[in-house]
Design a protein around this ligand. Sequence first.
Ligand code: NI
Length: 274
Amino acid sequence: MDTQIRGKAVGFVLFAAMIFLSIYFQRQQAQTDAEQAAAGQVAAEQQAESGAGQQLGSDAGQQAGSDAGQQLGSDARQQAGNSVGQQADMEKKIALTFDDGPHPVYTKLLLDGLRERGVKATFFVVGENIPGREDIIRQMAQDGHLIGNHTYDHCDISSLSAEEACRELKKTSDLVEQITGNATAYVRPPFGKWDDALDCRTSMIAVKWTVDPMDWTTKNTSQVVAKVLEAAAENDIILLHDYYESSVKAALEIVDRLQAEGFTFVTVEELLLE
Ligand code: NI
């Protein structure tokens, strides 16, 4: 019996042990499966993240590339801008201005000479000199010169009332507009006297000068040429009068000499707009 009982007991213990082990191993297996599954999940997630990372990297790369492209574009634009700027810098601009015309003979001579040389100038005309010389004003406009206002009868407008001064300027501007289609926007006040309080100042820009050889006092061509060449620099506004033959001859000589030095003659408007 003992042996039987012992045998049964051993059998039971073995059976129990097997069940225990079986359960244990099943659990272990389940745990392993779960762990593996979890690990798989993590791996999948890692992969997903890595993919996102690559995507992010790719975006960043693209962005960087794009930025670089934009930078390059910007550099190219800057370089193009510099090149244009340098070209503009290389062009030494200077302006010739002529007061008191139009003269029936000398202004025509001057216009012919300027046209031959491809020069644009500015003419501050006196209104009372225009009637009968409309063709000269028309030629100025056709040749691309700027026509400015030097009052109607060459008066000191600063000594007039604002109303009278404006009438002086308007009379000349109207004459020019009837001939060319454009009113005058720039004024050179006779004797350089401009009253800033003038009511009409808002529609007219006063233009003075930086080089004055006093051509009307000497009427000597070579002296006028020498004085201008001595003083002339970039962006200067030279004052001459197209009412004297000596001044017209001087003007054309000045053009030849300064063009040879690399100057480009422009209208006062072009100089002031810089
Ligand atoms: Ni004058």
